[in-house]
Design a protein around this ligand. Structure first.
Ligand SMILES: [Zn+2]
Length: 306
């Protein structure tokens, strides 16, 4: 695609074919332009992988949303769009819709399994986790086993949500491609522990998919969350101001509990954010400056013990 200055918008695509034929694993990162852990994890895995031991093919796009990556923003500066809301894209659409179309056609449609590496970016904070489709189908069972094999400290299952469209993973789901995605604290930095978790997780996924010999390296016994993960439906700030949180990530909260406050420039509280449900805090606003309408917090449930 040609930009107004005559330069071409192109995406980096890495392809590593193993010595033997087998499944294709697609790795995506940088769908949001201010999330870095996955970018680095893809490079680390691709640089250290021995193709002689690899069975099948890895397709990786370490930076999907190139314009947002250049601006270090979640959404694209070219059209304001969130790449994670416009999949499967449109070849005749805006810049972001065209990127989604290219990723769908050249990566997701070729994949037998999709891993989309996100983190919470600059504005939010989330625990280091792997998310999957929690449903009683062959695709759901594969995804759940893969999520547990990934080895993250938190595993988050999402029951089917027909309103959560436009994602890489909703496009994969519609194509029958099992998928996982990740989150991490983010904040525009890469913590060594998150990088280690993601690189180990990708290698564990390769073992799980029998694309590398050997078994996944087990992670810690995970906290297993269950519930909707749609960040579009979080409690939102009613006013603009400075957000101060009362709770930590993964705190267990009760209905009616105060989660935080929004202060005006004089330090007075102008809004209290109250929990409308009980559960675990899985996303918190990280950037204190908020505008009215910004997402503040997401609370989810836990998988009931058998
Ligand atoms: Zn993201």
């Amino acid at each position: 695609m040609t930009l107004p200055d005559g330069s071409e918008l192109a995406l980096p695509l890495l392809e590593r074919a193993g010595a033997q034929p087998g499944p294709t694993l697609a790795l995506l990162a940088g769908v949001h332009g201010d999330e870095y852990e996955g970018v680095q994890a893809i490079h680390e895995v691709m640089r250290t992988l021995d193709p002689a031991r690899l069975i099948g093919t890895i397709l990786a796009v370490p930076v999907c949303n190139v314009p947002a990556y250049l601006a270090a923003t979640r959404c694209s500066p070219l059209d304001g769009a969130n790449l994670a809301r416009v999949f499967p894209g449109d070849p005749y659409g805006t810049a972001t819709e065209r990127i989604a179309h290219v990723v769908t056609e050249h990566v997701i449609k070729r994949a037998d399994f999709l891993l989309d590496l996100h983190s919470a970016g600059i504005a939010y904070s989330m625990p280091t986790l792997v998310g999957y489709a929690h449903e009683e189908t062959a695709l759901g069972w594969t995804a759940r086993e893969a999520a547990l094999a990934f080895g993250a400290p938190v595993v988050w299952g999402h029951p089917p949500d027909p309103t959560a469209t436009g994602r890489t993973v909703s496009t994969a789901q519609a194509l029958g491609v099992p998928w996982l995605y990740t989150e991490a604290p983010g904040a525009g930095r890469v913590q060594p522990s998150d990088l280690a978790c993601f690189t180990r997780g990708i290698r564990n996924l390769l073992h799980f998919l029998e694309m590398l010999p050997g078994d996944p390296e087990p992670g810690p016994g995970p906290l297993h969350l269950l519930g909707g993960g749609n960040l579009d439906r979080t409690p939102r700030a009613g006013v603009s101001g400075y957000f101060v949180s009362d709770v930590d990530l993964l705190a267990q909260v009760q209905v009616g509990q105060r989660l935080g406050r929004i202060l005006d420039p004089w330090g007075d509280t102008v809004e209290e954010i109250i929990a409308s449900r009980a559960g675990r805090v899985v996303m918190l606003r990280g950037l204190p400056r908020v505008f009215a309408g910004d997402g503040i917090c997401l609370i989810t449930g836990e998988l009931p013990a058998d």
